[in-house]
Design a protein around this ligand. Structure first.
Ligand SMILES: Nc1ncnc2c1ncn2[C@@H]1O[C@H](COP(=O)(O)OP(=O)(O)OP(=O)(O)O)[C@@H](O)[C@H]1O
Length: 247
């Protein structure tokens, strides 16, 4: 029987956007005190529900602004939904907002140590795994350079290498593979596949439909914060492409 590891129940995420234009922070507070700031409700997610089974590779697709990253952040526990509930079973490695825990002044090596601690790895474990992380990251001599000199792809490589040195029960991958070069893409796809074989559940967000189709069992297509379709990858991707064409 299929075991559910992620259950998303009626998630709604509301952002409040200030509708006034203010030129400075001072101006903002003056207006706020005078209660002249008005807010508009913006729903990034509306009543989203689905579940993901253990060992499944689950893709999320949709146009820019559809709500994919917001949904992943809620599942990862980085954001709290306005209403609705999430249940999650097992350890999680969220590869989202890579670099959020990075420090631009520190070198690649130093960031591995810092980020590893943030991910809950012990010092001993990080030291044991350091060579493996450095090798996988393909950063060559840049590993000894401060991160502020890295491109976004280089940061993504480092983040992926750190997070996947352990086998989490749930791996969340948001566009990470899109910024890596072709060699790294192949390598990281291989790593994701080996994790899948080891039983890891993967949530994968990407605009690369070919990659989604080749990696994912099922796909969720979102539009304007709502679920359009959930189903077998090939079928849902085809429907999404047809809908995009006819727009
Ligand atoms: N902190 C925030 N405050 C207000 N609105 C936000 C915030 N974060 C995201 N949004 C809005 O929520 C909507 C969904 O954003 P989200 O980043 O989840 O989309 P996405 O599907 O991941 O897009 P993309 O494919 O471009 O990465 C967008 O309209 C965005 O402008």
């Amino acid at each position: 029987m299929n075991e559910t590891v992620i259950e998303v129940s009626n998630i709604t995420m509301r952002y409040r956007l200030a509708t006034e234009r203010v030129d400075s922070l001072k101006h903002f507070f003056v207006k706020k005190i005078k209660r002249e700031i008005r807010y508009e409700n913006f729903f990034a997610l509306r009543d989203v529900s689905f579940s993901v089974n253990k060992g499944e590779v689950f893709g999320i697709i949709g146009n820019n602004g559809a709500g994919k990253s917001t949904l992943l952040k809620i599942i990862a526990g980085v954001l709290k939904p306005t209403t609705g509930a999430i249940t999650r079973k097992g350890s999680i490695a969220p590869l989202i907002e890579l670099g959020a825990g990075f420090n631009g002044e520190l070198t690649g090596i130093e960031n591995i140590k810092l980020n590893g601690l943030l991910l809950g790895y012990s010092k001993k474990f990080i030291n044991e795994k350091l060579d493996e992380i450095v090798e996988f990251s393909d950063l060559g001599k840049f590993i000894h350079t401060p991160l502020k000199n890295y491109s976004s792809g280089m940061k993504a490589k480092l983040g992926f290498s750190i997070a996947t040195v352990v086998q989490p029960e749930i791996l969340i991958v948001d566009e990470v593979l899109a910024v890596g070069d072709i060699n790294f893409k192949e390598k990281s796809e291989k790593k994701i596949r080996s994790m899948m074989e080891g039983g890891t559940t993967v949530l994968f967000v990407s605009h690369s439909l070919g990659q989604v189709e080749s990696l994912c069992d099922r796909v969720l297509w979102m539009e304007h914060g709502q679920v359009m379709r959930i189903g077998a990858s090939e079928k849902v991707i085809k429907e999404y492409q047809e809908a995009s064409k006819s727009k």
